[in-house]
Structures are given as structure tokens and as C-alpha cells.
Ligand binder design. Sequence first.
Ligand SMILES: CC(C)(COP(=O)(O)OP(=O)(O)OC[C@H]1O[C@@H](n2cnc3c(N)ncnc32)[C@H](O)[C@@H]1OP(=O)(O)O)[C@@H](O)C(=O)NCCC(=O)NCCS
Length: 173
Amino acid sequence: MVLRRHTPGDGPALVAAINESLEHLAAWMAWAQAPATEASIGEFLAGATRDWDEGRDFAFAVCERPARPGGPVIGGCGLHRRGGPDVIEIGYWVHARYTLRGIARALAVALRDLAFAMGIPRVEIRCDERNVASASVARSAGFTLVGTLLGEPDAAGLPGRTAMIFSAERPPG
Ligand SMILES: CC(C)(COP(=O)(O)OP(=O)(O)OC[C@H]1O[C@@H](n2cnc3c(N)ncnc32)[C@H](O)[C@@H]1OP(=O)(O)O)[C@@H](O)C(=O)NCCC(=O)NCCS
């Protein structure tokens, strides 16, 4: 597989990949609660381009080799700055037809090493405590569970979802 920066021509391939995987994504991804459209993905791609250019957030298309602009997309992932300068978070999703082939594990390892090469000392993966698949990816990629984050109670006073925080530290030297 290849991880590459999104191009504006990725719209149709992303819409197709997300909508073919919608049921599988909707359980865990806030942005997958409704089918993707050219408009919603166009907005995502514009934001992703801006964030990358400003060095804030780095979203990648996951493609089969050989990757070509506008070609099929089999997943998405990214490095997201949600904490201070010393930590970055990895996010990922894989097309429903391509799961259980080691793709998420491989991309988590690649993005972790990229973050370390960028000089960021700590990389996190956060996932809902019920997301067994994502927690398995984090463990399989060598991340360690370092804590849990209790969700805010909802409007009815019921406890929110608990997130597991997995971490990897850049080795010394
Ligand atoms: C989570 C997700 C990315 C996993 O992708 P994947 O490419 O199938 O994962 P991999 O094949 O790399 O599997 C890595 C490890 O996780 C395990 N795993 C993957 N899916 C699993 C599942 N549903 N149940 C149990 N274990 C699972 C694999 O067996 C493997 O373990 P191993 O290395 O010990 O053999 C994919 O299921 C997905 O896109 N889910 C919806 C979106 C999502 O939840 N994203 C993460 C949000 S935090």
C-alpha cells in the first residue's frame, strides 16, 4: 500500500470508499453518520489541504500500489495535532473490504515513525473503549495503554463514552 497526500481529484474515490464502508465506519467515526457527498468531501479536502500547508494536521489517502491521483482509495489516516507540540495523534480507517490484512497496523507503524522523524517525541492513538478492532491495532503496532478518559455525561445524565489512550515514545538517541 501507499500513503500519499490527498489531491483535489480524490473526491469521487473517497466518496465511493466511505459510502461502501458506511455501516462499518458509522459505529466509531463522527464524520460517518450520513453518506459522504461530493460537497462534504470537497469541504474535507479543502480543510485537509489548508491544515497540511499550515503544518497543523496531515491527512493521507491509503491506496493500493501503484497509487495515482484520483485512483481508488482503500482507507484514510492522519497525524493530528490535538495536544501541545510534543504529542501528535494518529487516526485511521480502512475500507470494509480491506480489513484484517494488516493495513491499519502497517499505517500506524509508518505514521508513528514519521512523527518521530518530524521530531515529535510522543504519539497517541485514542479510541472508544468498546472499539476492540482499533485497540487491537494500537497494541499490534506496539503502543501501550497509558490511560482512559471519561466522557462527559450526556443531556440525560448518562455517562459519555470512555476513550482509551495508547502511547508510543520516541526511543532515545
Ligand atoms: C479499526 C480498523 C482501522 C482496523 O483495520 P484493519 O486493517 O482491519 O486492522 P489490521 O488488519 O491491521 O489488524 C491489526 C490487529 O488488530 C486486530 N483486529 C482488527 N480488527 C479486529 C476486530 N474487528 N476484532 C478483533 N481484532 C481485530 C487484528 O487481528 C490484528 O491483530 P494482530 O496483529 O495481533 O494479529 C478498521 O476495522 C476500521 O476501519 N474500523 C472503523 C473505523 C475505526 O474504528 N477507526 C479507528 C477509530 S479510533
